[in-house]
Write a protein that binds this ligand. Sequence first.
Ligand code: AMP
Length: 501
Amino acid sequence: MTNTLFDALMGPHEGSARDFLILGDGKRISYGEMHRLSGRLANLLQAEGLKPGDRVAVQVEKSPEALALYLATVRAGGVFLPLNTAYTPAEIAYFVGDAEPALVICDPAREGKRADFMPADGKLMTLGADGKGSLIEAAAHDEAHDPVAREGGDLAAILYTSGTTGRSKGAMLSHDNLLSNARTLVDAWRFTSEDVLLHALPIFHTHGLFVASNVMILSGGAMIWLPKFDAAQVVGLLPQATTMMGVPTFYTRLLDRPDFDRELVAGMRLFTSGSAPLLAETHRAFEDRTGHRILERYGMTETNMNTSNPYDGERRAGTVGFPLPGVELRIVGEDGAELSQGEIGQIEVRGDNVFQGYWRMPEKTAEELGADGWFKTGDLGMIDADGYVSIVGRGKDLIISGGFNIYPKEVELLIDEMPGVLESAVIGVPHPDFGEGVVAVVARAKDAEPDPQAIIDGLADRLARFKQPKKVIVVDELPRNTMGKVQKAALRAEHGALFRT
Ligand code: AMP
């Protein structure tokens, strides 16, 4: 009996004394230890009643134990469902209601609020940033565990993306989706067991969990495992690393430091960037400072990684490179017909990397994922004469702030309910630190004078902090085109300099 993903990732490491995680304080955890902890946790999950295909929803801080919980869930035949640590109990209640997990694991600090997000008969356990909690206490089980049989097409994870209509969608990822993409990336980026990856990304998102962690486990290298990105700490630890995966903000923050220089990164062989556009000027400034050209790649929750700049060839600033081996990519027009080279249209992709559909949303799945396997990414892009893909915009008006995605509709729906508000348009405008800052442009109801601060305060308990507007602007009316659509591009142009320093 085989468990497709777990056997490929962790099978070879059973009993291994090689370093797997190196913590900020220098403590080391071997692959063998992680294998054993995943066995104990998998036994516990099954003792708690987890059946193959059941979901395990997890909103916890990053820790070695949190990573072990991911491996244990897959090992026990479950479906791992990580949730952004910034989500409020009200947001978690939606995910728990939608995904109906067999077990929810939260931070101990959230346990007292269980009534706000758990059904009365739901099972809840805790895991803290320090690796302690009822989950670990209960996992005094046998570390020997036979991985539960799971085939390539079975689900390994569900990751929620934000919904354009305010409802989040659960992207269902199979064992094969994750494994095929990890294998492709190990080859494309030349990972080996000699590598040490500096890991400062969150692990509730595809980038930190699948791109970084799966790739490293598959290659057998080690990870410097940091709870979050702290530029001073990263500068201190980079000399021990060979590679780093980051979002653009990591690189701009490093460049802000005079002690980040060529000598510091002399032992590095690769820096990658993704999840949001890396400005060409950052790419060039990084090369000038360090001699390294950042390798930019493009992917998304639903598809894993789609394209990458080449390891050996020219890494071209402002582009996301070529489709990865096994991934087909095309640019289509409004009518769905393929466009020619150089034309801008919607990016569609097809391959083993593409997800299985949205959890319990067959209509939404059918709209975006064709029967022929092509997935409509919602991103606008073009392919240049040399085959490099560029992303020129985001169809669905997605805002990316500090590496996190915000769908304006979700924020707008909440603002529109507030007193004195007629309607609202939420946009992202350039922000020196976050890439984009969230701005709400609010049209006042007749004779009303809504208070911008009251709107910001009114969202505090209802939305994760990264989704909350940094600025609210009250206007008489929103600009519209002849079709009645709000002109967000005009608003972005008008307010584009808001955060300029
Ligand atoms: P997520 O599902 O959170 O990973 O977000 C995916 C979205 O992030 C994509 O659909 C793109 O809009 C954006 N994205 C990811 N990588 C890049 C990149 N290298 N350049 C520009 N946008 C990117």
